[in-house]
Design a protein around this ligand. Sequence first.
Ligand SMILES: [Fe+2]
Length: 302
Amino acid sequence: MSIATIGYLRIASTDIPAWMSFGTDILGLMDAKREDSLGARFLRMDDHPFRFMLEPGAEDGLLACGLECRSKTDWLALCERLREAGYTLEEGDSDAAARRCVTGFVSLQDPCGNNLELFYGRRLDYTPLISPAGVRRFITGDEYGGDLGFGHAVLPAPDSDAAAAFYIDLLGMGVSDLLYPPMPEGAPETSILFLHADNPRQHSLALYNHPYPGGVVHVMVEVETLDEVGRALDRARAAGHTILASMGRHVNDNMCSFYVLAPGGIAIEYGYDGLLVDWSTYTPTVSTVGDLWGHEYQFPGS
Ligand SMILES: [Fe+2]
């Protein structure tokens, strides 16, 4: 039993209108056209009621990752396993669950202080995606109708051993790849552990072995074609957004993508052609380069 998907992100924003226009006009996400009683706005990618919840905040950054369980039975068993391992779970009340359009959820922190919400019973409303930027479809499901989640997120995990044990042994995720990217002479050793959930997407979460401002290293969304990636790059450049990495292709998930800075500082990877894997015959890899080509990184501090 494992986490099924990474279902949604909650993001704190000091300028929600700026994030909404970036999300819709640049990324091509759909404004769900609702605002809840706490001032949150919602961005859609598919028939889920939202994939990104933007909440007013005094600071910008990731508030929580929503991780989906396939059933209430799975969810209860996972909660029990976490409690037995000494984790404190805070059960969401009905109002909080309704806000997330889920049947039930608990909040907890991973060993590095990343906020997680484990949920089950997402309530879909099947409103068709109408992308304001003309994106035909975001890749959130496979050809058999299975849910791949919204994409992936890379979380800071300075205590990498404790984090790996938590996600693998307790949440049941599997290792896809362990990357040791080439670093400048004298730089501290850097590793990124890529983890898959119980769906074919090559990774749904990854753990970066250093702290990172804003609580997330990057967030990835995927579209269907190279042309759609290129058009998004054109839109981002035309609007003056900071490009954090040129076009390139990653070695492990084959994602062909670029990176752009969202308002408030979260890096968004926008890609296509991500690898889908049959985990029954997969052997985890160890990589020493991150990219087959391209991806000239200009992240702050890099
Ligand atoms: Fe990525």
